[in-house]
Design a protein around this ligand. Structure first.
Ligand code: AHG
Ligand code: MN
Ligand code: MN
Length: 344
């Protein structure tokens, strides 16, 4: 295995596989050696399995509900469970992952006998409500280490701020399957080529624009928002060419799709608190934190409307949080409205 100082002959890495990209140290992550690369490999295997099932969902009888509800009280779609099982079966091998916490299980799944000290959090299938209508869905994941000296892994091992994650990523099952990954310093995207059976680098060094002209929010919740959010909403829709307003409205209803577009094009995505979801709807550990790590590494921003998502100390693994992410200038404008100081 080449030493971290080894650099490939040419400058661009477009076209290299994900594994080569990591092993050549292109994420500037000194620890991205065997174990970590092997763990990421397992996550990629789960993504490949899920991709296969998503691409033939209509044929493989994975539409519809299992009849159960998950810990969130939400009706579980079959594909949610297939994705959850794919992650469990992939991560229980090789011994790198000590435990996995996902949206679909009330408590973390502990992998007996694991020798590694990595923990994985995941939303195995994000955008469930869009499965049956063939709209982009995805898988979100975060990787953290746990301190073995603090005793055996349990729920509390996962309760660390997102700032301590060592990697975060998502897979979007859209017109193509793209895996986006960061280890904190840079963000890169890899497109799945089913003919080669590999993820190839396709989006090298993704940067989130400093501002944009799109906003993404569920307008149907308008009457439930606070007056401050309603004032911000009116601001982005007002007519003022020199500040790129009115912003275009784009809302898919899958966080992975709305956040991926915001990461690449700039602008803002917001799922604020409302009278129905007083702490917001999205989950801190496996939806907000991974995207917050990705946005910050790409030069964007992610807050709960006031403070950085990555600084929030979790109190339980399924806790919800308001999530505002995107271009720095747009997230800062939103925050100024939350302080009652928004531009007029
Ligand atoms: P999940 O399918 O994992 O439960 O996530 C759905 C989330 C997220 O993907 C999306 O941003 C949000 O729900 C949409 O919520 P609304 O339908 O209330 O807008
Ligand atoms: Mn989700
Ligand atoms: Mn989900």
């Amino acid at each position: 295995m080449p030493t971290p100082s080894w650099k490939p002959p040419d400058a661009s890495q477009i076209g290299v596989t994900l594994e080569t990209f990591i092993l050549e140290g292109m994420f500037e992550f000194p620890d991205a050696r065997g174990t970590f690369t092997s763990l990421l490999n397992q996550i990629c295997l789960a993504a490949k399995i899920i991709t296969g099932r998503v691409r033939r969902a209509g044929l493989a009888d994975v539409f519809g509900y299992t009849g159960e509800t998950n810990v969130q009280g939400e009706l579980v779609q079959k594909l949610d469970m297939i994705a959850h099982e794919a992650l469990v079966q992939s991560l229980r091998r090789r011994g790198h992952c000590a435990a996995l916490a996902t949206e679909e299980a009330p408590d973390p799944i502990l992998f007996e006998g694991a020798t590694g000290n990595y923990l994985v959090v995941s939303d195995p299938l994000d955008g469930s409500s869009n499965i049956d209508v063939d709209i982009s869905i995805g898988t979100i994941f975060g990787v953290m280490r746990y301190d073995k000296s603090r005793g055996p892994v349990d729920q509390s091992s996962f309760l660390v701020p997102g700032r301590e994650y060592c990697a975060a990523g998502y897979v979007i099952y859209g017109s193509s399957t793209v895996l986006v990954l960061t280890m904190g310093k840079s963000v890169h995207g890899f497109t799945w080529d089913p003919t080669a059976g590999e993820f190839f680098l396709s989006h090298e060094n993704i940067r989130c624009p400093s501002n944009g002209n799109m906003y993404s929010i569920n307008e149907g919740n308008h009457c439930r928002w606070t007056p401050e959010v309603q004032k911000w909403n009116a601001y982005v829709k007002a007519d003022d060419e020199k500040t790129r307003r009115p912003y275009k409205h784009r809302y898919v209803g899958s966080l992975v799709a709305d956040a991926h577009r915001t990461l690449l094009k700039g602008g803002i995505f917001a799922y604020p608190p409302d009278t129905n979801n007083t702490n917001g709807k999205l989950r801190l550990l496996y939806e907000a934190n991974p995207f917050a790590m990705i946005l910050e590494a790409a030069g964007g921003k992610a807050t709960d409307g006031q403070k950085p998502i990555l600084d929030i100390a979790p109190t339980e693994i399924h806790q919800r949080v308001p999530l505002i992410l995107g271009s720095v200038e747009d997230v800062d404008t939103y925050a100024s409205f939350m302080r009652g100081e928004g531009p007029r």
